[in-house]
Design a protein around this ligand. Structure first.
Ligand code: PLP
Length: 455
């Protein structure tokens, strides 16, 4: 099923530059199409290959890699990953339907929302989609559904635990703190015993799940979280006198280097650390599930934006572009945690090479803080140029912020042949003004003026 993905001749930076140039030439980005997301398709395939090669188990124990759909909720992207053997980690009915639309089979989907409704749980259970109960109340709902199905359980079921190993550098991204909202907090009084009892009473529970990190969480902390969960699985299996837990879902969360081209840490480094910290994880007794999001796509994508104007204000140089908080929301609101590299291109899409000049790169939103880079040294930008926000292939394409009714931009995938010829495929069309109107209630313009209380 996975393609052998012929290795691209050009390196990723050369492919990216060829793609920006071709996108300008073809009018995919420019004065009339001011923002564009670009995804390096061969780069995605190569990244999946690195992931698969890093996580092998002895004796060929199964390893299922799933992609955290929230990181790029775009059906063609999910279908590309599916073709490479990567399933989907979903957290809402919408994400589940995206995975289904991409052709991801049920046995490669994991449903992980912290707020699953009864209807969502029933759907997942009926279709054999893996579910990890987040808490005791959810497990009670699952009990009722299992009883309703006469004890016939077709879906792999488990419990999500929080090993409470600590916080990374970005609080909002730290899932395994003492007080995280996710999973059963293992170190709370009585919690581990509760998990042991839950498994003892339910022979159909066969999985443990944890997602210990995300951007900003040190690798050692992530591996430590996995160790805690592995040891709990060993206890549960010892208590059962059989391999009750057959699958460990170790989540995602590999951080991404946003400071340079270098891919660090790599999947190989993380897998090596896991091998050292939790040797038993890879001995083939457990099937493994992973749920990487950011690390699979971030470095394979960029957002190109037209520079509308350049100006100075109080001595400060500002380039006003069309990429701001609507596409780079976290970068604009929490710049110290989510800095992005910015590339400067001329109006023909060629990289600018002039000596650097300190500039701010602003977006189109009507608030003063709408900046994607502050005091950055870049070749002097001019009206009609382009900026490229690098490493934006994960989260940035699909976490749009509707501020100022700005439309979701188009996203295109690209491949580049040996001769440097670029081919594009549309992943998503830019949202039209008509679509913005429709989702803004234009179909019921008089709804409020006609509403009167009865007299
Ligand atoms: C967001 C999320 C992931 C993916 O995290 P990344 O940091 O993008 O790798 C995996 N599992 C769960 C449960 C998540 O919520």
């Amino acid at each position: 099923m996975a393609s052998d993905g012929a290795t691209a001749a050009l390196d990723p930076v050369a492919r990216r530059e060829a793609a920006v140039r071709a996108a300008v030439e073809q009018g995919l980005v420019g004065p009339d199409a001011p923002v564009l997301g670009l995804l390096d398709v061969d780069g995605v395939r190569a990244t999946v290959r690195e992931l698969r090669e890093a996580f092998t188990t002895e004796g060929g124990g199964t390893v299922l890699h799933t992609f955290a759909v929230k990181a790029a909720s775009l059906v063609p992207v999910l279908a590309l990953l599916n073709e490479e053997g990567v399933g989907a980690e979903v957290a809402s009915p919408g994400e589940l339907e995206l995975a289904r639309a991409a052709g991801v089979p049920a046995d490669r989907i994991v449903f992980d929302s912290p707020a699953k409704t009864v209807a969502e749980l029933r759907d997942a259970l009926a279709h054999g989609i893996a579910v990890n109960a987040d808490n005791a109340q959810e497990l009670e709902r699952i009990d009722a559904l299992v009883a309703e199905a006469g004890g016939q359980v077709v879906a792999p079921l488990g419990i999500r635990v929080n090993p409470q190993v600590g916080t990374g550098s970005i609080g909002a991204m730290s899932t395994a703190t003492a007080t995280s909202k996710f999973g059963v907090a293992l170190r709370d009084e009585g919690a581990e015993q509760w998990v042991l009892d839950a498994f003892r009473a339910r022979p159909w529970l066969t999985r443990l799940h944890t997602h210990t990190g995300s951007q900003g969480v040190p690798l050692e902390l992530m591996a430590e979280g996995v160790r805690v969960v592995y040891e709990l699985a060993e206890k549960i299996n010892a208590q059962a006198g059989r391999q009750q837990i057959d699958t460990l879902d170790i989540g995602g969360g590999l951080p991404v280097n946003f400071a340079s081209e270098e891919v660090t840490p790599s999947y190989a480094e993380y897998a090596e650390l896991l091998r050292r910290t939790v040797p038993g994880l890879f001995d083939g007794r457990y099937a493994l599930v992973t749920e990487f999001g950011r690390s699979l796509l971030a470095k394979q994508g960029l957002i190109a934006a037209h520079v509308e104007y350049t100006k100075t204000s109080g001595g400060r140089r500002i380039a006003v572009t069309h990429a701001g908080a609507q596409v780079a929301t976290r970068t604009v609101f929490v710049p110290e945690s989510w800095p992005l590299r910015v590339g400067a291109f001329d109006a023909l899409g060629r990289p600018k090479t002039a000596p650097g000049l300190v500039q701010d790169v602003a977006g189109p939103c009507c608030f003063a803080g709408d900046l994607v880079a502050r005091g950055r040294e870049l070749p002097e930008l001019a009206s009609g140029d382009l900026v490229a926000l690098y490493d934006t292939g994960a989260y940035y394409f699909s976490t749009h912020f509707h501020y100022n009714s700005l439309p979701r931009p188009a996203v295109a995938g690209y491949v580049v042949d040996d001769a440097g010829k670029v081919s594009f495929a549309q992943v998503r069309a830019a949202q039209t003004v008509a679509e913005v109107l429709a989702e803004s209630g234009a179909g019921q313009a008089t709804a409020l003026t006609e509403l009167r209380s009865e007299r």
